[in-house]
Design a protein around this ligand. Structure first.
Ligand SMILES: Cc1ncc(COP(=O)(O)O)c(C=O)c1O
Length: 382
């Protein structure tokens, strides 16, 4: 299918081509000096003491769980309105995700009241997801975590560059996990990062990402070591030099790209605010978002299937963020009826639509999408 306007597009030009060529010429393809440079750049950008590069955001979430000591029998509180990787990471560690509802129909981040209600003696951590790049209420979450001695893992896959009082998303809890998947604000194909201020955690993460080995292939190549020990059960979650080279460049482009996303979001708001048949979450968001997604919520009278089908006919790609995780068959089986209803999450899961948003989108394309949204809404009534 050839879209007139796709949901997201890479913010790439000939510079990305050039840095990939340079890596190939250097003839060292995995976890070397380029990865080390990306880690240093990312730590400086985020204002964190340590940044550990990984093969994906999912790997980052998995290792954050294990390095925080989450074990079988533990419970981790998490939103159901997220990508399934957020809670899969909890299951990988053998722990149980306890899902909480969203705050409101205009704030799709996890509800602090529901977090407090669901804390038990087994709760060890809160997995916070900053939906669409809009920060969850971290001041309150931190208070709750402090009083119950819980870890905070921030799934900041959407939130690269979002901040709270000049502190970046990902540095507000104990470990912040990022994704550089192709549709993210910073894209390297596959890739991820964890930031933390804990030296102990960073050391453990570095061990775990490469089989629990005490020396790396690069150290041996440089002649700094010729043997190694295996001191933990690790994984192969290493980042390639190609991803890291793309990451360094994408990180340089990020502030400008996020400003463009902000400008386009403002334009969407100017066109769609007050439109009958839909509402827009995070409209009066007071902080700096990374504007990863532009979500809208259709009212009950509009058929989402018809609406998305009509947009498709106009050549406009749209998507859903998200189908609630607790409703997936695997999770229903795994949770064995222990998960109660999450009414707001289920409502958002049934009525949300995400419209195209990426830095190379043009103002006239946003105007075109909005014109078609307004035309389509009455036609898509049930
Ligand atoms: C909220 C969220 N968490 C985690 C992930 C997983 O990241 P990755 O695809 O890099 O493994 C994604 C990305 O798709 C995501 O959107």
């Amino acid at each position: 299918m050839k879209w007139k306007i796709s949901l997201s597009e890479l913010n790439f030009d000939q510079r990305e081509q050039k840095v990939v060529d340079q890596v190939i010429k250097r003839k060292w393809l995995t976890m070397g000096e380029t990865v080390e440079r990306l880690e240093a750049d990312f730590a400086a950008f985020a204002g964190a003491k340590h940044a550990v590069a990984l093969s994906s955001g999912t790997a980052a979430l998995h290792l954050a769980m294990i390095a925080s000591g989450i074990k079988p029998g533990d419970e981790v509180i998490a939103p159901s309105l997220s990508f399934v990787a957020s809670s899969n990471a909890i299951l990988y560690a053998g722990a149980r995700p306890v899902f909480v509802d969203v705050t409101a129909l205009d704030d799709f981040n996890l509800s602090c009241e529901d977090v407090e209600r669901k804390i038990t003696a087994r709760t060890k951590a809160i997995m916070v997801v900053h939906y669409g790049g809009y920060l969850a209420d971290m001041e309150r979450i931190k208070k709750i975590a402090r009083s119950h001695r819980l870890f905070i893992i921030e799934d900041s896959a959407h939130a690269i560059g979002a901040d709270l009082n000049s502190k970046m998303a990902g540095t507000l809890g104990d470990a912040g996990c990022f994704s550089f998947f192709s549709n993210k604000n910073m894209a390297t194909g596959e890739g991820g990062m964890i930031v933390t201020n804990s030296g102990r955690l960073a050391k453990k993460l570095k061990l775990l990402r490469s089989h629990g080995m005490t020396s790396m292939t690069l150290n041996r190549f440089r002649g700094h070591a010729h043997s190694y020990d295996v001191v933990d059960l690790g994984y192969n979650y290493r980042m390639t030099e190609i991803s890291a080279a793309l990451g360094i460049l994408q990180l340089k482009k990020l502030p400008g790209a996020n400003r463009k996303r902000e400008m386009l979001t403002d334009q969407y708001l100017a066109h769609l605010r007050g439109t009958e048949g839909l509402s827009i979450p995070f409209q009066d968001y007071p902080r700096k978002s990374s504007y990863h997604l532009f979500p809208i919520l259709l009212n009950r009278k509009v058929s989402r299937k018809k609406f998305m089908g009509l947009l498709k006919k106009e050549g406009i790609q749209s998507s859903i963020h998200y189908q609630p995780i607790h409703k997936f068959s695997y999770y229903r089986k795994n949770l064995r009826g222990r998960q109660g209803r999450l009414p707001l999450t289920e409502h958002v899961g049934a009525h949300e639509v995400t419209l195209p948003l990426y830095p190379l989108l043009k103002k006239k394309e946003v105007a075109f999408v909005c014109q078609k949204v307004k035309k389509t809404l009455p036609e898509a009534q049930r």
